[in-house]
Each structure stands twice: as C-alpha cells, then as structure tokens.
Design a protein around this ligand. Structure first.
Ligand code: HEM
Length: 163
C-alpha cells in the first residue's frame, strides 16, 4: 500500500487518538474544566443554555440564513454536546462526530466580523440569562469571545484589488 502523505496521516491519527481517548481522561487544564461542568449543573445546564442561544439564532436575520437545514434541532444538539465535552462532561460529541475540527466545519459558512458579533450577541445573552455562578459566567464569556473570533474566516473589508 502506498504511504499516505504525512499531513493526512497525522490528521487521521490525531482524530483516531482523540476519539478513542477514555472519557474524562485527566490532562493538563482538565480540573478547571471539570469543575465548571459540575459547578454549573452538568448536561441540563448546557441543554438550556444552547436552547436559549438557538431561540436567538432562529430570530436573527444575520445568523438564521447561514444554517443550511430547515430545522435547527440538529445544530442545537451538536453545539450542546460540543460544549459539554469541552467543559469536561461526557465525550458523546466526539464519539459521534470525531475530532471537533470546528474551523474546518465552519469553512462552508462565510463568517466575517458581522456574523461573529451576532453570534456573540446571542451567546452572551444566553450565558447572562443562565443560572451559572458569576465566576463560571465570566469563564464562559472569555471562552466564547475567543472561540467566535477563531471561527472568523473572512476579512471584515471587501477585498479591493487594483487591476
Ligand atoms: C462566529 C460565528 C459562528 C457562526 C456564524 C456559526 C455558524 C454555524 C453553522 C451555520 C453551523 C452548521 C449548522 C449545523 O451543524 O447543522 C455551525 C455548526 C457548529 N458550530 Fe458554529 N458558528 C459560529 C461560531 C461557533 C463557535 C464559536 C462554536 C463553538 C464554541 C461553534 C460550534 C459549532 C458546532 C459544534 C457545530 C456543529 C459541528 C458539527 O457538524 O459537528 N460555532 N455553526
């Protein structure tokens, strides 16, 4: 069999290792994340948070047209499970979807500054309305600000080219 290019091999290997890792395997930084998942109340907290977020998305004229499916239920479930896993809960997201590779999964959607900001408006409102303790809310706010900026895949300005 012809060897696959190194980049591809590494990526597949990483995805397999990630998906195969035991749930809640300790790793650097996990303790704080486990504390947050438990401190906010686990799965029901994230289900309610993301349900509220998607109520906002459903009525958002910038965000709603970006979602390809007529129903938002699938996207809602995927984001819930992703956040649960990120903050130290069960790894159902990766069991079902493999490596999150979120930047790659967002590549089909044009996300510029406007889209990022609308996403953050809806997510910040959902966090603020949730019953999490203040320090957990602060950490969630920090995280989503960073993550939303990381998902931006278009420059803010329209490209201007001289012939
Ligand atoms: C910044 C603006 C963002 C926009 C406009 C956006 C939009 C979208 C769209 C259109 C989808 C496809 C819906 C679907 O899965 O059916 C999606 C999927 C998803 N997004 Fe975002 N997103 C943004 C940021 C983020 C951030 C910051 C996160 C994580 C913190 C995130 C997590 C996810 C996840 C987990 C999925 C499902 C991926 C999968 O297929 O497994 N998104 N997003």
């Amino acid at each position: 069999m012809r060897p696959r290019p190194a980049a591809q091999r590494d990526q597949r290997g990483a995805a397999r290792r990630y998906a195969a890792r035991p749930a809640r395997r300790p790793y650097a930084g996990a303790v704080r994340q486990l504390q947050l998942y438990d401190a906010v109340g686990g799965m029901p907290y994230f289900e309610a948070l993301v349900a509220r977020f998607y109520q906002g998305v459903a009525e958002d004229p910038v965000l709603r047209p970006l979602y390809p499916e007529p129903e938002l239920a699938g996207a809602q479930r995927r984001l819930t499970l992703f956040l649960v896993q990120y903050w130290g809960g069960p790894t159902t997201y990766s069991d079902e979807r493999g490596h999150p590779a979120l930047r790659m999964r967002h590549a089909p959607f044009a996300i510029g500054g406007v889209e990022r900001d609308r996403w953050l408006v809806q997510m910040r409102a959902a966090i603020d309305a949730s019953g999490a303790p203040d320090d957990a809310k602060a950490r969630l706010h920090d995280y989503v600000s960073m993550a939303a900026e990381a998902m931006r895949n278009r420059p803010d300005e329209t490209a201007f080219r001289t012939p």
